[in-house]
Design a protein around this ligand. Structure first.
Ligand SMILES: C[C@](O)(CO)[C@H](O)COP(=O)(O)OP(=O)(O)OC[C@H]1O[C@@H](n2ccc(N)nc2=O)[C@H](O)[C@@H]1O
Ligand SMILES: Nc1ncnc2c1ncn2[C@@H]1O[C@H](COP(=O)(O)OP(=O)(O)OP(=O)(O)O)[C@@H](O)[C@H]1O
Length: 287
């Protein structure tokens, strides 16, 4: 049996960090949504008890370190599954970008294998399993638009933002999520107005969504990788309606109401860097 599952990237419209917890993680409050930039996960059932991973990009691990492998392993170890699976990842989402590339691949494997192995698990149960892999996995199991709290697993779904375009700019800078969390100055940060963002989304007010984009991780990432700040400034100079960094970065994105506006930003940036994408905001849950 063979199946192809789409694994879309996420962006953080707001990202707030509230406190450090005793378990080493932080309590967050963030508004997340999905964009139409997706990996495609090819799943093929195997008769032998083996989990194989192949990726069409050299620098992504094709072994047990791959989050997609870990998702299959957790299901296979926990449920009475006969045989194994071959996972081929057709990667389109930039890696280590703040777009949850690995997490969404893991989530797609959970959804796909739940079906193919007839496990009958609910999305909530898959999300619980996903949290063992990473904090962004539960959201990726559902997709859509949600306020994520706790470590990121406490999800409240809200309506999708109005249709719009997203220009993503991923500079080559490498930043570690763990490192950025550790560098946050929790006593001194510009917290987003999460309620105002939720209101703006619920009322489909594009301008207010743009005005409320905010990410408390920006100062820490900008300090480590100043080019990320430069890209944000460039997008603002080019007339972007709203611009912010996604996750711990280094991807910065702008929202654009029209395709022509999105391509104006794209063409402006392309002169300076590779790694620029124009995609649509998805915002709705996986079918
Ligand atoms: C920055 C975000 O991408 C925003 O969506 C997420 O909060 C990070 O999600 P992720 O990459 O799935 O993170 P994980 O793989 O669970 O954790 C990586 C590291 O980030 C830190 N971490 C992560 C999530 C969280 N709520 N608090 C944390 O302090 C921890 O040091 C952890 O060791
Ligand atoms: N399926 C996968 N796709 C991409 N990277 C993976 C995958 N599995 C494991 N990794 C490893 O995870 C690391 C982080 O990659 P990923 O693309 O998930 O980061 P990210 O977009 O910053 O995630 P997040 O937004 O959740 O913090 C990479 O260094 C890579 O080696």
């Amino acid at each position: 049996m063979h199946k192809v599952v789409k694994a879309p990237a996420k962006i953080n419209l707001t990202l707030d960090v509230l406190r450090k917890r005793d378990d080493g993680y932080h309590d967050v409050e963030m508004v997340m949504t999905t964009v139409d930039l997706a990996d495609r996960i090819h799943l093929t059932l195997l008769a032998e008890d083996e989990i194989r991973v192949e990726v069409n990009k050299g620098h992504v691990p094709a072994n047990k370190n791959n989050l997609a492998y870990q998702a299959a392993r957790l299901l296979k170890d926990r449920y009475p599954v006969k045989g194994g699976v071959s996972i081929y990842i057709d990667k389109h989402i930039p890696v280590s970008a703040g777009l949850a590339g690995g997490s969404t691949d893991a989530a797609a494997v959970l959804r796909g294998l739940n079906d193919m192995w007839s496990l009958g698990l609910s999305l909530e149960e898959l999300a619980d399993i996903g949290l063992e892999i990473g904090s962004d996995v539960p959201f990726c199991v559902f997709g859509g638009t949600a306020v994520a709290r706790g470590r990121g697993e406490d999800l409240t779904f809200i309506s999708s933002p109005p249709p719009c375009w997203v220009v993503l700019a991923k500079p080559p800078a490498g930043v570690s999520t763990k490192d950025i969390y550790q560098r946050l100055n929790l006593d001194q940060m510009n917290h987003p107005d999460t309620e105002a963002m939720i209101q703006a989304i619920e009322t489909k007010n594009f301008k207010e969504i743009c005005n409320n984009l905010e990410n408390v991780m920006e100062p820490a990432t900008f300090e480590l990788a100043p080019e990320v700040k430069k890209i944000k400034q460039r997008l603002i100079q080019f007339g972007a309606e709203g611009t912010v960094m996604s996750g711990s970065g280094p991807t910065v994105f702008s929202l654009a109401k029209t395709e022509s506006k999105a391509y104006r930003l794209y063409n402006g940036l392309k002169g300076f860097m590779d790694g620029v994408f124009v995609v649509r905001l998805l915002g709705h849950r996986h079918e």
